[in-house]
Design a binder for this molecule. Structure first.
Ligand code: NAP
Length: 251
């Protein structure tokens, strides 16, 4: 089960939610983990302790992914604390809702594009040279069912997720010869803090569930198992692909 022993994984937004679940799955496979969150909250520090209990090396750092200096610091700290990065999971995202799409602003659009797309590109630029030397690497992005299925209440967010998928396809072709695999997971409704309010309201929960053939939300661990598979050697012939994990919501 230790197929990722001594690999170094940086997972953005891993202080909670899907990112945390992915960090745990990768730690179970023996990878050393860099935990990242926007703030160094008590939840963040609890996650760090929890991952340590799997007996792997754990580093941690906070920072805003829409800021270039923060991204550079996250990269440098990861390498200093744990070594060169073998697995990069671009999980964190900024999601700004505008129930009337005409209210979307340029600043909100730019912030989401920076945090959700440019950060993936910029981290990849920093990380890939060392992956190339090792002839092994995994870049996994977390998209959304909305990258394909329209959602009129968060158009700029959906646009950013589509753009990220486009980057995945381009990058996959460029780095395939170096045995660096690049894939995307597109979750549907996952039971995380992000959906807490919506899921606590019976009416909005029923509305959400009515669009999901399996009739339920998924737990973050269900996404994490797919992520861990894609980061492992078992996924050695998969690149440039998108995987919906959405209970059929994209159908
Ligand atoms: P979450 O519970 O809201 O956690 C988000 C994580 O990202 C936290 O660690 C947060 O840090 C960090 N973060 C947020 N904005 C950031 C920024 N600008 N810079 C740095 N870090 C930032 O999210 P989640 O539900 O697990 O979602 C994870 C990924 O799955 C996201 O890409 C999301 O778009 C995607 N997704 C989720 C769902 C869903 O139903 N949950 C569905 C489709 C796609 P703090 O803890 O410090 O705030």
């Amino acid at each position: 089960m230790n197929s990722l022993k001594d690999k170094v994984a940086l997972i953005t937004g891993s202080s909670r939610g899907i990112g945390k679940a992915i960090a745990i799955e990768l730690a179970k496979q023996g990878a050393n983990i860099m935990i990242h969150g926007f703030n160094e909250s008590s939840t963040f520090l609890e996650t760090v302790d929890e991952i340590k209990s799997y007996g792997v090396k754990v580093g941690y750092i906070s920072g805003d992914l829409s800021k270039k200096k923060c991204m550079e610091k996250i990269y440098t700290e990861t390498v200093n604390q744990l070594g060169d990065i073998d697995i990069f999971v671009a999980n964190a995202s900024m999601q700004i809702e505008a129930p009337n799409w005409l209210d979307s602003t340029q600043d909100e659009f730019i912030d989401q594009m920076l945090a959700n797309v440019w950060s993936t590109i910029y981290f990849s630029k920093m990380i890939i040279p060392k992956m190339k030397e090792k002839k092994w690497g995994r870049i996994l992005t977390i998209g959304s069912v909305q990258q394909e299925k329209p959602h009129y209440e968060m158009i700029p967010y959906a646009v950013s997720k589509s753009a990220q998928m486009n980057f995945v396809k381009n990058l996959a072709k460029i780095v395939a010869k170096d045995n660096i695999l690049v894939n995307n997971i597109a979750p549907g409704l996952i039971d995380t803090d992000r959906n807490k309010e919506r899921m606590a309201n019976k009416m909005s929960l029923n509305e959400l569930l009515s669009g999901i053939p399996l009739g339920r939300a998924a737990m973050p661990e269900e996404v994490a198992k797919l992520a861990a598979f894609l980061c492992s050697d078992n996924a050695s012939y998969i690149t440039g692909s998108n995987f919906f994990i959405d209970g059929g919501a994209s159908l």
